[in-house]
Ligand binder design. Sequence first.
Ligand SMILES: [Zn+2]
Length: 408
Amino acid sequence: MKHLIRGRVLIDGKGGSIDQGAVLFEGDRIVAAGRAADIGVPEGAEIIDTDGTVMPGMFDAHVHLRSPGTPDETGMHKWEMASMSYADMSLRAAYYAQQTLRSGFTSVRDLAAPGGTIIDLRKAIDAGYITGPRIKACGMGLTVTGGHMDEGGWADHVSFANMTAPCNGADGFRQGVREQLKRGADFIKLNTWVSYHNSPTRFWRQEMTEDEIRAACDEAHAQGVHVAAHTYGPDGVAASVRNGVDTIEHGHWIDEPTIELMVKHNTTFVPTLTINDVHASYAVDNPNLAEKYKRWHRESSAAKWKTLELVRKAGIRVCTGTDSGFQLENGKWGAYELMLMVKGGFTPMESIVAATASSADMMEIEAGRLEAGKYADIVIVDGNPLDDISILHDISKLRVFKGGVAVQ
Ligand SMILES: [Zn+2]
């Protein structure tokens, strides 16, 4: 059966909008999209008419579905890693996946979880056992021993085998890439450079060597997958880009020469404005937090806007990613990233493109555009987000379809 959604405005995900637009779909795919008058009404089609806007389902290109996103610093997920089983984490992640889908985000990229928990969640969603967004998962994030995703502080008898993925040396990282792909990862996550709090002027430090970054990227690319890197600072971003990283996550403090390098290498930027913004607001008021951490938040908050401006001017591809799961509850913050992009100088349309076509291209998912052949991942918005982007943050104003099926 064919379904026709007609709206006062249609946003195509590619940067265009049409008054009196329509999208026609059958099964899980779009058959046609464009002017309602051109599409007409195919015989027997079910019609949904709206006074609002029809647009593609959105993408959150940086989430951690395995963790609760409690703002409390003491509730960090490493403590949960010692007390929760994989099944606990996967079942809770299934709830977060449902909440994320209901909020209009029909695709997400998961940037690290213990073992294969989110890979298995993806399989369960794809098999139709549970509802959730389309997922691209990296499995575990690769990190050096004691690095960002293999933190120390544990007694000798405690083991996090299969919950973290420490690798060392070029061969170690090649092996790490192969192990995640064997488990079913869709792409690779590296922690190349990380935040640093012990200097008043330098807020990042190196964890992976350039040899290690190069080896991991070469191996991933040989296997046909992309590499995302948690990284900071101009030298950290440059080292990552130079050695093959495809998407820079966070990346505050990027300077102009590094921007040029990103343009040359066609690097994608996922600025994760939301975690920076929300986390900083908790941090600066937290009486239990040492001054050096507050300083880091103040400095990174200022830096992220400068970086975003340079990236926008250079025309670098930006994708929306919140870092939900890390001190942000999954399913509640997706559209906030678009609001912050607009605050940072992007137009509402540019922020929607970042959340639709740009992210779809980066994640290689056939959605994010209202055009024939794409998945019928569609959001009906009560209002026009081009006039007020914040309405996307109000779930009560959204009706969501994934693969042509209305999300309950
Ligand atoms: Zn993250």
